[in-house]
Design a protein around this ligand. Structure first.
Ligand code: MG
Length: 136
C-alpha cells in the first residue's frame, strides 16, 4: 500500500504479502528464467549461503548488513514456499499458521497456565512441551 508522507513524497510501504507476490511474479511466465528454473533443492544452496551471510553480519555486529541479510533469508523462504505452492505441497499461509501454533503451544508460561520466572525454567518447559508434541 502506498501513501503520501509529511513531505508530500510518496512512501512505498511494503508488506509480507507484497514480497510473496514478488516471488510469484519472478516464477511466472512473465518473470525471470533463472527463478523459474529453480527447484526446492536448488534453493537450498541459496538459503545456506544467505544464512551464512546472516551469521557473518551478526559476528561482525554489522547491523546494517544484518538487516539486508535477514531480508535475503526471508526471500529465500518465500521463494521455497512459492515453489512448494506451485507443486501443491503447502502455501506460505500454512507455514505461518503452523509456526504460530508451535510457538504458542511451546510457550505455555506466556499463553497458558504455566509459570516461568527464569530463562532456565522457560527452557525446561520448552523442552517438556516439545517432547510432549512428539508423544502425541
Ligand atoms: Mg545476502
Amino acid at each position: 500500500m502506498d501513501f503520501t508522507g509529511r513531505t508530500g513524497k510518496i512512501i512505498m510501504k511494503k508488506t509480507f504479502k507484497d514480497i510473496c507476490k514478488l516471488a510469484e511474479k519472478l516464477r511466472s511466465g512473465t518473470g525471470c528464467p533463472w527463478d523459474r528454473a529453480q527447484t526446492i533443492e536448488t534453493m537450498l544452496d541459496c538459503l545456506k549461503n544467505e544464512t551464512s551471510e546472516v551469521a557473518e553480519a551478526v559476528l561482525k555486529k554489522d547491523y546494517r548488513n544484518l538487516k539486508e541479510e535477514l531480508g535475503d533469508v526471508l526471500f529465500q523462504i518465500v521463494m521455497i514456499a512459492q515453489i512448494a505452492k506451485e507443486q501443491k505441497h503447502f502455501k506460505i499461509d500454512d507455514v505461518i499458521k503452523d509456526i504460530d501454533k508451535k510457538i504458542r503451544s511451546r510457550h505455555t508460561w506466556v499463553f497458558g497456565e504455566d509459570k516461568a520466572k527464569t530463562p532456565e525454567e522457560a527452557v525446561a518447559m520448552w523442552k517438556r512441551n516439545k517432547s510432549g508434541e512428539k508423544n502425541r
